[in-house]
Design a binder for this molecule. Sequence first.
Ligand code: PEP
Length: 247
Amino acid sequence: MTAPTPLIAGNWKMNGLAASLAEARAIAEGVGDGPARVALCPPAILIHRMTEVVAGSKVLVGGQDAHSEDSGAFTGDTSAEMLADAGAKLVILGHSERREGYRETDGLVARKVRAALRAGLEPIVCVGETLVQRKAGDALAVVTGQVRGSLPAELAGRDFSVAYEPVWAIGTGLTPTTAEIEEVHRAIRATLVETFGAPARRVPILYGGSVKPGNAAEILHADEVGGALVGGASLKAADFLGIVRAL
Ligand code: PEP
């Protein structure tokens, strides 16, 4: 079975204005032709303009969230179809900032994944334990439970990835040891194969949480790590390209 094609995705979160598209342009110009697929996920309002800026490069554009319904009376929300219509190819779902700040449950994340698939978007589904859960020895149980609960059966045969993002590593400068990352990624792989069968060996399992150019090579070459989801370091082209080139 072929190894997963790695994916390096940048999550701009609620950062970036039109002027920030200069960084996306620099990423598109510098990304070259390495082994990884590369994506940038800006705020939804920048998606369309970013697709124009990166046109002709290998950089894909993605969303950071989508509603679980296709349309309707949901003031302020954005549907997966709207993201796709604006040019997005992927969408991050179930990020811990959504799970915590908007009380998103595994069940809601699974419904959002179905909505993304209906719109033809490739989901990047985030999972990860809190520091309290890790200290209690519950990291593997929490993460594999989130994988089971957030990934609907409709994903069988579709392109998607899972991002392991320990909540305590996001934006903190802290990272798990390589052995800890590998332990969780192997558990995620086993759960994916149990759920979706052998084809799930080709699903990239990304690591996310304080990835920087300085630690990217070690993390990206760890067992069962199939790329990275990058927050802060995706905002500056030099940092993000440093991570892309570490593969
Ligand atoms: C994230 O929020 O997806 C993330 C990985 O953030 P950071 O790289 O800034 O830790």
